[in-house]
Write a protein that binds this ligand. Sequence first.
Ligand SMILES: Cc1cc2nc3c(=O)[nH]c(=O)nc-3n(C[C@H](O)[C@H](O)[C@H](O)COP(=O)(O)O)c2cc1C
Ligand code: SF4
Length: 771
Amino acid sequence: MTSVGSGLDASGPLKDILEIWHEHRAAVLFATTCILALVWFYLELLPRNNIEPTNLKPNQQATSSIILEEKIITGGEKAKDVATGPRRIKGELRRTDSARKSLGSGEERRIQILVFYSSLIGNTERIANGAAEGLGTSLGEGYNSHSTFLKPIVLDLAEADYDEYFISTPKQTEPNTPVEYFYLILLPSYNIDSINDNLLEHMRETHHDFRIDTAPLSGILGYSVFGFGDREGWPTEDEGFCFQAKEVDKWMAKLTGRKRAYPLGMADTKRELKERLDEWIGGVKDIMGLVARTGSLGEGVPGSGDAVESDDEYASGEDDDEVLVDESLTAKQSKRKEKPSNIDDVEDLGRIMKASQADSKTASSAPVAVDFTTYTKSTSKRPPQTIKEMVPKNSPTYASLTKQGYSIVGSHSGVKICRWTKSALRGRGSCYKFSFYGIASHQCMETTPSLSCSNKCVFCWRHGTNPVGTTWRWVVDPPELIFDGVKAGHYKKIKMLRGVPGVRAERFAEAMRIRHCALSLVGEPIFYPHINEFLAMLHGERISSFLVCNAQHPDQLAALKAVTQLYVSIDASNKESLRKIDRPLHRDFWERFQRCLEILREKRFKQRTVFRLTLVKGFNVEDEVEGYADLVEKGLPCFVEIKGVTYCGTSSSAGAGLSMANVPFYAEVTEFVEALNKKLNERGLKYGIAAEHAHSCCVLIASERFRVDGKWHTRIDYQRFFELLEERGADGDWTPEEYMGPETPEWATWGQGGFDPRDTRVDRKGRKIEV
Ligand SMILES: Cc1cc2nc3c(=O)[nH]c(=O)nc-3n(C[C@H](O)[C@H](O)[C@H](O)COP(=O)(O)O)c2cc1C
Ligand code: SF4
């Protein structure tokens, strides 16, 4: 037996131990090292993990590191620098109250509202004090345990130190209890020298001072401005109404790096003060609630509160009704062959709906899909098919649509904010439907309960991403889910526009109540099996319905109940042209189209019916006036909207062969309209050119039924429409004349251009255009 290095002879238990040591020396050393490493790891890192919240803001993080150094107590002494090696912790970990609050919840915050005002006559001073008191009372009640609103402080801009408040974020008085600041600025305008000029000068200089950050107030939580003015002396914003509040709002956006938390509010102090102020204060309180709950001002769209006051959305070209040339159409797409699909009875629709509603996720018991490809009925039976979602979350279609700004609701519906809604929120004009029918664009929701369509129109601006199909072969979502979802999606997007330059508090508040619904987004709304239930929900909340269909689903059109205004798209005047331009999937598309016109004719004394013509030069304009007159004679719609196609592409539409050359000039549209109107009159049809919206390249021909004492009445009495619905039900009998609105405003009538004089017309870069 050999000795163990020491030269000692070993025997008995000692010998056993030594033998084991020899055999397992490496393993034992490794285990010991691991245990020591774990102990070090525990002692060194655990305390820090406990007290360093990862999601704190920079100033909070700074505070936490101060706390780390000062408050970890080792036997009554301050801890040594953590980098010097493992620490031995004795005794308890103690923290100050504020640190405990701040770190225990991870989100404790103290918010200080500063109410700035200027006042020559004294009104604004009184209002500022009242507002601060009101806010103090309601916010003092607290939104949750993690936020404390300190009593608002009122500051007179004539006395406040600009260097303290407008050159950088106000200094923290107690570093261990950081405070976040929220600025409210109440400002009357004066066209004489006043303290406002000093403030504006100071803001301008600060922003341009190369020694100072261009956004030195970016550390504040947010701001909002309210302006006071007098419309008697300064009737419009262009004439100086609240001009200094507008300026301050703009400079604050720059200095804070887009932290406009709520839109600029404005009031004529002699007329609408209380209403506007309450509205604005209510909005500010909501934002405070949001901050308290979530710790942030919420999401904003790109450009929201943009310091350069951008108008980027004008370049996006999005719009429900502006039909845009789709640059993404490719030769490949246009040549794509349609797969032969099943032909079944329309009655099967009911079966599909029931089955898919019963269990939308159980695909195995799926009924036979409905095929609308051929309008004639067939009795052939098809094997059961699997029901899928139309736009599954993981599909490229979903990704593409959401990228384009659609919110997908459920599995086949969508909602999107149209560019006119944004435009109206900013006082830059509503869409032509305002001029013609009185729809306020900022109160309009654009949605569809079916993202699928059965055409592939050459001018469709949906970038070829919407699903197409002739059959409803997808899961059917219940109408309640869609209704709640689209409203929530719409409101969410409106809220995101709160910081966009030019959005006015008044219109923003109005926009939080949807009054109109344009069912004309991508897809075909009447494709949705529960369209009537969905419409009833809209009407139940007094939301008007403007439903556009593609004249390819006659049975659904016939079964459609009351809508406020019913459209069919008339994209061509003859079969060949329609095939070329709409590229329909249905083989019997022309028969379907004709049948839809007949149905519209039948409905014309019950509903406001509209033909929508989209003119594409080289496709459906030349030599087609006669053909369109035939169609109007057949359908006898209440109105004919004629619109020039709009181009948004940067490259040519190779597949469809479209380019800017296909976009008619407004003069060409008006020439066409005059020719069509003449043809109609020659045939003894009583129509006339009623209104126009040159900005949208759109003109309205109306039936003389809507001309009273020589004046056009193309607008709608929405109130009366809902009364009729409530009195007589969705199948009830009434005529469109019964809810005919007041006279079409002079500025909207033919020859006047159609731009609301109360709005400001701007170009794509936001520069003012003289109308
Ligand atoms: C000399 C003078 C000039 C004014 N200039 C404007 C103006 O350019 N634009 C505007 O909207 N209101 C203007 N106003 C209206 C005031 O902004 C409005 O009356 C405001 O409520 C006054 O607030 P104060 O009482 O706090 O000073 C002016 C008022 C005065 C007396
Ligand atoms: S009707 Fe509504 S959705 Fe359509 S363009 Fe006007 S505002 Fe937009």
